[in-house]
Design a protein. Structure first.
Length: 87
């Protein structure tokens, strides 16, 4: 749960606090995509060490088949008046 919370915070900041994301990139010379990727790399290494290589995440194709993301099929995303994506 701790891993998910960390990744959630990083992703939500990237998606919904873009000025802060840019400030972090300027001030610390690192993108939050890099932070997210490094978290995943570290967690994979933890899995190798602590779980004998068994992954700690669910297999996404099985989630799709199970309908976990079915609601996305009904979501329409298009351009709003500013040229940005909106739903």
């Amino acid at each position: 749960m701790k891993r998910g919370a960390q990744l959630y915070d990083v992703f939500m900041t990237m998606r919904h606090e873009r000025p802060l994301t840019e400030k972090i990139k300027e001030d610390h010379m690192i993108s939050l995509w890099t932070v997210a990727a490094q978290l995943a790399t570290n967690w994979k290494a933890d899995d190798e060490r602590e779980r004998q290589g068994r992954r700690s995440w669910q297999y996404v194709p099985k989630l799709i088949v199970a309908g976990a993301f079915a609601w996305l099929r009904g979501t329409t995303i298009g351009f709003d008046g500013t040229g940005r994506y909106g739903n």
